[in-house]
Write a protein that binds this ligand. Structure first.
Ligand SMILES: Nc1ncnc2c1ncn2[C@@H]1O[C@H](COP(=O)(O)OP(=O)(O)OP(=O)(O)O)[C@@H](O)[C@H]1O
Ligand SMILES: [Mg+2]
Length: 375
């Protein structure tokens, strides 16, 4: 226990003890005064009613005996209750002090960056249990965000290293005269610059959406409108790549309350990925239907490369790319699906990826709550 923990704990112990002692003393004193004032008078009355004279030696003796017996009984009772309350308060305050001391030590450890610190159950009643549980929960949350922060920094460093190394190598080559400023060199330099710029933009976007800073502007929107505008925006690129893009909409779909720009971003990212991972001659279908529980489901399915089962659970993680070298060559930084998932979650929806395996296509489907669930 730290010095500070001790000071706090013993301060509490002393205060609790003093309060209990005060209660016992007040009780004892009141009993003493009341018994002293009322007891002998009542006893005296009873003696007189028994036709005994007030000066009768038997009465004087009996009254004397009564007074000393009651004062002795009261003293013993008072002493016992002082002792009992002392023992109980000492036991209690020691346990409270010990558990507060543990908590304070754990807090100091967490403040020093040791997020794995936890406190054991103090077994001191509901309030203390709740305090310990809240502390442990806070420590777990801090531990997770610290791990996330470290991973993000490592990922960013890794992402920045390659383009910077290429840029430096070319610039040094130009300086030494090994390279000349041909249109190809300019293209390489521009590409790497663009890659860094895109990384910066993606990072800003993912930080915003995952940090929950996403201010959604919800508008009632027909599902058809969302899907057709996403199709229209991607159509040219798809036909340019020789890949078919179709719609498959259930009839009579209700409206949903969504931020149109954000859901367009979701569909745009999914269509972008499908385009990138489907060979010429392939097909991509955007479908929408209503689930039994009333939620809306929108899916983007392709019959392209597919994703191996081992990679499927990870594709929504930041910077995760199945085929790192290839996907990077395709221009991706592996952030698109992390943004997609954060946007869908902000809409209180869920998202998942399905694939029968390599070469057998991929489906990304997300759900949105119906309009009624939000009003
Ligand atoms: N339709 C798909 N078919 C096969 N693999 C896919 C598909 N969509 C995503 N993936 C895999 O999931 C990885 C993560 O996708 P994500 O959109 O997050 O990143 P990216 O497309 O590589 O880069 P970014 O979207 O940031 O430009 C991709 O690198 C790719 O390996
Ligand atoms: Mg992507």
């Amino acid at each position: 226990m730290t010095l500070r923990g001790w000071a706090t704990a013993s301060g509490l112990a002393a205060r609790l003890l003093a309060a209990l002692a005060l209660v016992v003393l007040a009780g004892g004193l009141t009993a003493w005064v009341v018994a002293g004032a009322i007891g002998p008078a009542v006893f005296h009355q009873h003696m007189l009613r028994a036709d005994l004279g007030a000066q009768d030696p038997a009465v004087v003796h009996a009254e004397e005996a009564f007074r000393s017996a009651s004062s002795m009984a009261l003293s013993i009772a008072l002493a016992m209750s002082v002792l009992a309350s002392l023992a109980v308060s000492l036991f209690l305050t020691q346990r409270i002090a010990a558990s507060l001391g543990t908590l304070s030590a754990a807090t100091t450890r967490v403040a020093a960056g040791h997020f794995d610190s936890r406190v054991a159950s103090p077994r001191l009643g509901t309030e203390f249990e709740q305090l310990a549980a809240s502390f442990n929960h806070m420590a777990t949350q801090l531990e997770e965000s610290e791990a996330l922060r470290r991973r993000l920094l490592a990922d960013v460093a890794h992402e920045v290293r390659t383009p910077v190394a290429i840029l430096r190598a070319y610039l040094e080559g130009l300086e030494d005269g090994v390279e000349s400023l041909t249109p190809q060199t300019v293209t390489v330099l521009q590409d790497q610059g663009a890659r860094l710029a895109r990384l910066a933009e993606d990072l800003a976007a993912v930080t915003r959406v995952e940090g929950g800073d996403l201010a959604l502007v919800l508008e009632p929107t027909p599902v058809e409108l969302l899907v057709t505008s996403a199709r229209d925006a991607a159509e040219d690129r798809y036909s340019g790549a020789g890949i078919g893009l179709e719609l498959d909409l259930q009839a009579g779909l209700p409206a949903v309350a969504v931020d149109r720009d954000r859901i367009s971003q979701v569909l745009g990212n999914l269509l972008d990925n499908a385009l990138r991972h489907t060979p010429t001659g392939g097909h991509v279908v955007i479908s929408a239907d209503r689930l039994q529980d009333g939620r809306l489901r929108i899916a983007v399915s392709d019959d392209g490369e597919g994703i191996d089962a081992a990679h499927l659970p990870h594709v929504f993680e930041r910077f995760y790319r199945v085929d790192t070298a290839r996907d990077r060559d395709h221009g991706g930084s592996g952030i698109g699906l992390a943004i997609v998932r954060a946007i869908v979650h902000a809409h209180e929806g869920s998202i998942r990826a399905r694939s029968e395996g390599l070469g057998r296509g991929t489906t990304f489907e997300f759900t949105l709550p119906p309009l009624a669930a939000r009003s």
